[in-house]
Design a binder for this molecule. Structure first.
Ligand code: WTA
Length: 639
């Protein structure tokens, strides 16, 4: 036990897996290149800057001083030029975006198509009086008009503010107010599990609910619903395009440090916080990591399953792949419709080369069974990625074997809305993989762990993960402390760094549980439970039991094979005792078909904590599956 950091340590299963040789032979980054890169910070990041086309070349890679310093401070560029125009010479007729709609529709935009539509929509936005620096809010599901609108905004230097389509009117209004955005692009509606969602009504309600002025609204027609009427300040997307058919808009050259977009973090607690990402540093970091970590090449078909409403969709569905000239797949449906093999069917039919998803999705695939991936030819896959939570070893192995066929490296990438792009990951052709651990800091990135007093913790002790050198994708106004060699950005993640520099994320600081007088990372304990056969996912919360010591409850979602609960409980107890210690065995187990998740797929632990403690709980509007709350309550009552 490390008393200083308050993090429990336990032996990991020490399995390491070398990257498949066939992959290494073709990897975008070799060991020698990675070593050279790591050597001379900050100038190493020139390599990332060089991946972009600049209107005015930068002379300086990084200028310290002023706050957190500035990347490529004297360079100017336009993001839409980098994601579209510059590919026309070589890849005019190659698919840029392949869209698969919810009702099986397919649409492909070549780079030339994308060029035309981005220009026409940029001209349309201009005609509404939108200019450089105006914030445009985008509120749409996974339809091609969303990335097109992002790029059109980028073309005219108007920072976009994408709000996840599933958010309520109130959440939209709040984000528009906070960002002082007067322009909105939305759609009439879309289908979700067969029902029409009237997005335009939500947008209208948001407008009514706020004093903040929204001058113009552009509406993409998606629903074929005559009853949706456009008001005076509303403009049909198609009409706007038609009015500006064939027009070209000179790209506005932006300082590297000008904001490209705003995004609100999707925390499970606390208020939404706006993060502003830059045009030069962010785009360079997105392009370089797409190349070095996801190993993307222009010839690839690449699928990032995240929603564009979150940072992962911004960086690795839109800006990263398009800056490299790759074909990016945009999938509007759900992973289990019409059948639970849908994801594998999409990969097979589109010959997807690189697939990037989240542990929560991987655990769902596991739960549905191996017969689904096994019934498809997944041999087009070259690399698999994961982001969002720790990828526990059993999910790692399942992904590696049943999806990758043991031929694809897995990159477990750690980063955040605040970091803009990946900071921790193995380099897929260079580093051995350690299941359960994200991997080392990328070359050019430095991290450490700090104890509660802020002093560095020793390497293998746990502590708060801190980034100790600025990185190109860092946002404007990032809260940091120290200067010069003491500069650092301290995250809310608790992590441990092993002797090889591999970082294992144990949990969020707000997600540690007290067990007696020990503190444990929830993720660590959850991983020990999730690794038990028959378990799909687990969530741990601590419960205050009167004057007595803290105890912990485990909420466990199970496989579809209906297991005997007692046998499962014994196996979990055994696993927790084995990997962490008997003190960590939960006091109670609540078995449930699903865990409550936010729309971005994050576990809503606070809610479980409230239910377990006194049965009172607050707002569940952020939940994707609110119906599960009642089931959990009745399971608790039966205990
Ligand atoms: C968690 C998503 C473990 C972490 C890109 C982080 C991870 C938060 C990993 C950011 C990973 C992300 N292993 N934990 N590979 N990737 N996280 O802002 O707690 O939605 O701080 O950005 O997700 O979530 P955000």
């Amino acid at each position: 036990m490390d008393d200083e950091s308050g993090v429990e340590s336990h032996p990991r299963n020490g399995r390491t897996v070398d990257p498949p040789p066939a992959f290494t032979d073709q990897a975008n980054v070799t060991a020698a290149e990675a070593a050279a890169f790591a050597e001379d910070w900050p100038d190493c990041w020139d390599e990332a800057g060089e991946m972009l086309d600049w209107a005015d070349a930068y002379g300086t890679v990084f200028e310290s001083g002023d706050g957190n310093g500035r990347w490529f401070p004297d360079g100017r560029l336009n993001a839409s030029v980098n994601c579209v125009d510059r590919h026309l010479d070589e890849r005019k007729t190659q698919a840029a975006i392949k869209w698969i709609g919810k009702r099986g529709e397919r649409r492909t935009y070549t780079y030339l198509d994308l060029y035309h539509e981005v220009n026409e929509f940029a001209a349309g936005l201009r005609s509404l009086g939108i200019g450089e620096g105006d914030v445009v809010t985008l509120y749409m599901p996974a339809i091609p008009e969303l990335p097109i609108a992002m790029l059109a905004c980028a073309r005219i230097g108007a920072p976009h503010n994408v709000v996840f389509a599933g958010f309520s009117a109130a959440a939209l209004a709040e984000r528009m107010e906070r960002s002082e955005s007067e322009f909105l692009v939305t759609c009439d509606g879309y289908y979700r599990r067969g029902n029409a969602i009237h997005q335009k009504n939500k947008a209208d309600n948001a407008r009514i609910s706020t004093d903040h002025e929204v001058t113009d609204v552009v509406v993409v027609e998606r629903l074929d619903d005559e009853s949706v009427r456009l008001g005076e300040d509303d403009h049909a997307y198609d009409g706007l395009l038609a009015d500006h058919r064939g027009e070209e808009v000179d790209p506005v050259s932006r300082a590297a440090t000008d904001p490209l977009f705003l995004i609100y973090t999707s925390g499970t607690t606390g208020e939404p916080t706006g993060v502003r990402h830059t045009t030069g540093g962010y785009l360079a970091h997105a392009a370089w990591t797409s190349h070095a970590v996801l190993d993307l090449e222009p010839a690839d078909t690449y699928w990032c399953s995240a929603d564009i409403g979150w940072i992962t969709g911004h960086t690795y569905l839109v800006y990263g792949p398009l800056s490299l000239g790759t074909t990016t797949l945009l999938y509007e449906g759900t992973p289990d419709h019409p059948e639970k093999d849908r994801v594998w069917e999409v990969i097979e039919r589109n010959a997807v080369d690189v697939f990037y998803t989240a542990p929560t999705a991987i655990r769902a695939f596991m739960k549905w069974g191996t017969e689904h991936p096994d019934s498809h030819d997944l041999s087009s896959l070259r690399l698999l990625g994961s982001v969002g939570e720790p990828l526990n070893p059993s999910a790692w192995s399942w992904y590696y074997e049943h999806v990758g066929g043991e031929d694809c490296p897995i990159v477990d990438t750690w980063w955040q809305t605040e970091t803009g792009a990946i900071l921790l990951s193995t380099l897929p052709g260079v580093d051995a993989m350690k299941p359960g651990s994200a991997g080392p800091a990328l070359p050019g990135i430095d991290v450490t762990v700090v104890g509660p007093t802020g002093a560095p913790a020793t390497a293998t002790e746990g502590g708060r993960l801190a980034v100790t050198k600025p990185w190109p994708g860092m946002p404007l106004d990032l809260e940091t402390d120290g200067e010069g060699d003491d500069w650092r950005y301290v995250t809310e993640d608790v992590a441990r760094i092993d002797e090889d520099g591999y970082v294992t994320v144990l949990g969020r600081l707000d997600d540690t549980v007290a067990v007696g007088n020990h503190r444990l990372g929830t993720m660590e304990l959850e991983s020990a439970i999730a690794d038990v056969e028959g378990v799909a996912e687990a969530a741990i919360v601590d419960v205050r039991d009167g004057e007595a010591e803290n105890t912990i409850y485990a909420f466990v979602s199970t496989d579809e094979r209906h297991e005997c609960e007692q046998r499962l409980r014994d196996r979990i107890t055994d696993s927790v005792e084995r990997t962490i210690g008997p003190f960590a065995v939960p006091e109670a187990f609540v078995f449930t078909p699903e865990l409550p998740k936010t729309r971005s797929g994050k576990l809503m632990r606070r809610l479980l904590k409230d239910i377990a403690n006194d049965g009172e709980f607050g707002d569940t509007s952020a939940l994707r599956n609110p119906e599960i709350v009642g089931e959990i309550e009745s399971a608790l009552e039966r205990m």
